[in-house]
Design a protein around this ligand. Structure first.
Ligand code: PMP
Length: 286
């Protein structure tokens, strides 16, 4: 089946889905994005993803190009036209096309809006979760506003590539104090010996993950305590469990950090439970 991508008002054939070379997304990474999980044709946690999108746009002073209802319709239609049952939908908004200049174009300059959807294999993801994943650690070399979901993702791509080269699934990035910030495309957690989940506060140098916020609600429902505080690599290596979250990987248990085995080297019970229960807590769109 041929893929279709939404570009500025049109659903284009994949080979004809273009933006202009002077798009500010291309020249300055001047744009934001969201990725929602699609499950059984439905969008997962759309409301929270759209709230974060609005926040990212506001932080960068990019005018919201259309209502959230209209953006939701674009996402649904892109999912439908690509016949995605299970996978993801990606929405990107940039400050639009303008003569290359660091100064913003006039506020009336139209944004660029693109949306794509594609399938992913849940069976593969489940197999990965049953096995557990390896992460490596690297210095966090990103800018100081990772709370904005901007398309400026080069440090993240470099980190993920290094992880791949090392045979790992993800790279956990570390701040100058030796504490883990987050993964290149996921949030990071450990479980202490007394069964509490520890994760870095979202106010300090990480993206406030939507999966993370749903995990907080789920943990409260299940009587699991989450403590928001930075944790060091050393503490992570000694932890009972470790795991990561993102919209596309949901919850994945970490069984190895660099050369150190975590716990007994098998996916942790708590991480596996959170993964199994995630969609009982997430918002599933109509
Ligand atoms: N941190 C980073 C740097 C990310 O790119 C992502 C994925 N978008 C996340 C965390 C997880 O966020 P979410 O749960 O909203 O997918």
């Amino acid at each position: 089946m041929s893929r279709v991508i939404y570009v500025n008002g049109s659903y284009c054939a994949y080979d004809e889905a273009y933006v202009h070379v002077e798009d500010r997304g291309f020249q300055f990474a001047d744009g934001v994005y969201e990725v929602c999980e699609v499950r059984n044709h439905r969008l997962i946690d759309e409301t929270r993803h759209m709230q974060r999108l609005v926040r990212s746009l506001n932080e960068l002073e990019i005018k919201q190009p259309m209502s959230l209802k209209a953006l939701g319709m674009v996402m649904r239609e892109t999912v439908r036209r690509n016949r995605v049952r299970d996978g993801l939908v990606y929405l990107q908004i940039t400050r639009g096309v303008a003569r290359r200049d660091f100064i913003f174009p006039h506020a009336d300059n139209p944004c660029s809006v693109i949306c794509l959807a594609r399938i992913s294999s849940f069976a593969k993801a489940d197999a990965l979760a049953e096995q557990g994943i390896t992460v490596i650690t690297l210095p966090d070399i990103r800018w100081k506003r990772p709370d904005i979901k901007s398309v400026s993702l080069l440090p993240n791509a470099l980190a993920k590539q290094q992880a791949k080269r090392a045979g790992a699934y993800e790279a956990w990035m570390m701040d100058e104090d030796g504490n883990v910030t987050e993964g290149s495309s996921s949030n990071a957690y450990i479980v202490s010996s007394d069964g509490n989940v520890i994760t870095r506060p979202a106010e300090t140098g990480i993206l406030r993950g939507i999966t993370r916020s749903v995990i907080f609600d789920l943990a409260e429902r299940e009587g699991i305590q989450i403590i928001e505080r930075p944790f060091s690599l050393n503490e992570a290596e000694q932890a009972r469990e470790a795991f990561l979250t993102s919209a596309t990987s949901v919850v994945l248990p970490v069984v190895r950090i660099n050369d150190r085995t975590i716990g007994d080297g098998k996916p942790g019970a708590l991480a596996s439970k959170l993964r199994a229960l995630f969609h009982t807590q997430a918002e599933i769109a109509e």
